[in-house]
Design a protein around this ligand. Structure first.
Ligand code: PMP
Length: 417
């Protein structure tokens, strides 16, 4: 990896202080900070280009359209999709999954049909399926996890039935850091003729994703978690499914011809992009993905693996430390290798009897930003028998000194209790 200080300097916010202390930002699972190049790209587009896309013969509109469509190509290349027809811009992972639940659900799911999710899903990969259950009477089945925080693949195999229509599964858990073996899961599902949606919110920033090699049917992720702007995300879908799925929302852009009697729909991917998209954010996302590519996943994975390994070692020295996921016998956290699973840079923990909210609040006063609570994964909290955790989640710009600050902070809080 390039010099870490050089990388940090690309992120202006990392230089600020909070409560007169240097900011230690360890909440990257929630959202990542933005490099100057992304901030500049957004400003530059508003200063020099701004016009609505796809609608104008005039210069600015064509320029904005070009940037928007080039962003789609950047996303296609970044996740190794076959075609830009398969890249739909959404507001984020949540909207991408809701789109599939609504539209795939409309086309392919009927009363009694089954969708399999897992016990470690984020609410955004649970609730859309429950909404569909209320509308259509589908059945939600849940793949359990082991005590080590891994998916129980033998149990998953047992959940398939002739009524199974979809598996919806996180690539990386936002609580446990577990990287699920999505490739074998997809192979298992396809052997039952069942398509698979992968929630890639926590994977795309950390490991190279190749949707064609994985052979997933849908893949969802958010721009803001991969150093891009808020309000933009992606749904990848295989053309064979997207072609058969009805529009999610109606409006401008997604139509072919409109009359009061009959309306036809636009081609892919526009059929799923009703209304004015956030074309500025799409361009910002492309600049963020180019930034990530310029560093390269080999370097990012090595750095994050090093930080995570160091953090696990140091955190485990703290008396009363309870880490969820990251089984102890795995001495080096292994990042995903071609969809076979591993561990990512998310660490959830509790210390003694200290409430997660107290620990998070006191760490904050030391300038350390961590996440506390259920992390939008209440069913997983129930499984673990807890109400919440403190979560430190590392990105490509975090340092071992920041891990040291976290450990020293936890020690200080421990002494107060
Ligand atoms: N899935 C996972 C695993 C996540 O971590 C998150 C964000 N915490 C989401 C989905 C939802 O992402 P967004 O809020 O950007 O739509």
């Amino acid at each position: 990896m390039q010099n870490i200080q050089e990388i940090r300097q690309a992120f202006p916010i990392l230089g600020r202080t909070v409560y007169n202390k240097p900011l230690v930002y360890l909440d990257n699972g929630a959202t990542t900070q933005k490099p100057q190049c992304v901030i500049d790209a957004i400003t530059e587009e508003y200063v020099n280009v701004n016009a609505n896309v796809h609608r104008g013969v005039h210069y600015l509109s064509q320029e904005a359209t070009r940037l928007y469509e080039e962003a789609r190509m950047t996303v296609r290349d970044f996740i190794h999709a076959r075609s830009t027809s398969e890249i739909i811009f959404t507001r984020g992972t949540t909207e991408s999954i809701n789109l599939v639940a609504a539209s795939f659900g409309e086309a392919f799911l009927n009363e009694g049909d089954e969708v399999i999710v897992t016990e470690m899903e984020h609410h955004s990969n649970i609730v859309p399926w429950q909404l569909l259950r209320s509308r259509k009477g589908i059945v939600l089945k849940v793949c359990p996890i082991t005590d080590e925080g891994r998916l129980d693949l033998a149990a998953l195999e047992q959940l398939f039935s002739p009524r199974t229509r979809l598996v919806a599964c996180a690539h990386v858990s936002n609580v446990l850091g577990t990287v699920n073996p999505v490739k074998p899961i997809i192979e298992m599902a396809h052997a039952h003729d069942v398509p698979v949606l992968i929630d890639g919110a926590q994977s795309v920033p950390h490991l190279a994703v190749d949707v064609q090699a994985l052979d997933c049917d849908f893949y969802a992720f958010s721009g803001h978690k991969v150093y891009g702007p808020t309000g933009i995300g992606v749904l990848y879908g295989k053309e064979k499914w997207l072609e058969q799925m009805p529009p999610y929302m109606g409006g401008g852009e997604m139509i072919g011809k409109v009359s009061f009697e009959h309306t036809t729909f636009n081609d892919l991917p526009y059929k799923f992009e009703a209304g004015t998209p956030d074309y500025v954010a799409a361009h910002g996302l492309a600049v963020a993905l180019d930034f990530v590519s310029s560093i390269g996943f080999e370097a990012i994975e090595a750095h994050e693996q090093d930080i995570t390994h160091y953090a696990l070692t140091r955190l485990r020295e703290i008396p009363g430390m309870r880490i969820f996921g990251h089984p102890q016998q795995v001495s080096t956290p292994l990042l995903d290798r071609e969809g076979q699973g591993g561990e990512s840079s998310v660490i959830s923990f509790l210390v003694g009897n200290i409430h997660h909210l107290d620990l998070g609040t006191l760490l904050d006063r030391l300038g350390i930003a961590v996440r506390t609570g259920h992390h939008c994964a209440e069913p997983l909290m129930h499984r673990l028998g807890i109400e919440g955790t403190v979560r430190a989640s590392f990105a490509l710009y975090n340092t071992k000194e920041e891990v040291d600050a976290l450990v020293a902070g936890i020690d200080r809080v421990r002494q107060m209790f």
